[in-house]
Design a protein around this ligand. Structure first.
Ligand SMILES: [Mn+2]
Length: 219
């Protein structure tokens, strides 16, 4: 491994912050950029985010927002659709849909024994076999061991609190005001679209780089 491996948390259409973070990172051709999903929706311009991702040859993982848009496109079932999706659905170009279709669920780096994912994993099952509905959406674990949204189970533990590696997991999806760093995981969704920060985490230095959001784009 010559260059760095750099993960970036949920961008959600915040192309200005994403562009600033890319400038700050001073990428070289040996660096590998991994976007942790939810590139789209809520923020100012989803298409510009995908353009930047493509220009920098990023590996983009599937987030729950991309999954929902793809499900709607496949089924035309509006049950999958949220109001924030409609604008994005109308604006995405054919090459953007192809980009979303190609997003993998996880990325594992053998040399580091690190796995990258949008949401996270159920702690007591092999991570390689967990389905899209789990790994893109999990936030907390309820009393029955089921994956749930934090808003639905505010007192339940975060999945990461119950996760014992290896592997070490780098994830987004659960927005927090601060980076959530534990022994076996790091959560780097620092709520950029809500007016927080956009965070990058670099290997092998294990260094964080953050850009402050220009404003809260979404309530
Ligand atoms: Mn998400």
């Amino acid at each position: 491994m010559n260059g760095r491996i750099i993960a970036i948390g949920d961008i959600h259409g915040c192309h200005l912050e994403f562009g600033e973070l890319l400038d700050r990172l001073e990428l070289t051709k040996d660096d590998r950029l991994i976007l942790l999903g939810d590139l789209v929706n809520r923020g100012p311009d989803s298409c510009k985010v995908i353009d930047l991702a493509r220009q920098h040859n990023a590996l983009s993982l599937l987030g729950n927002h991309e999954l929902r848009l793809l499900n709607y496109r496949r089924t035309t079932d509006t049950a999958f659709l949220k109001s924030e999706d409609e604008d994005t659905h109308a604006k995405l170009r054919p090459e953007d849909w192809a980009y979303l279709e190609a997003m993998p669920l996880t990325h594992y780096v053998d040399e580091l024994n690190v796995v990258f994912v949008h949401g996270g994993f159920l702690p007591n099952e092999p991570w390689q076999r967990q389905p899209a509905n789990v790994v893109t959406r999990i936030q907390v674990i309820d009393r029955d061991g089921k994956p749930r949204k934090r808003a639905d189970e505010p007192d339940a533990p975060a999945w990461a609190d119950l996760w014992n590696g290896p592997p070490y997991v780098v994830y987004g999806h659960t927005p927090r005001p601060e980076i959530y760093k534990l022994k076996w995981s790091v959560g780097i969704d620092t709520a950029c679209v809500f007016g927080g920060h956009l965070t990058a985490f670099e290997f092998p230095e294990k260094r964080f780089v953050q850009v402050k959001a220009r404003k809260a784009y979404y309530p």
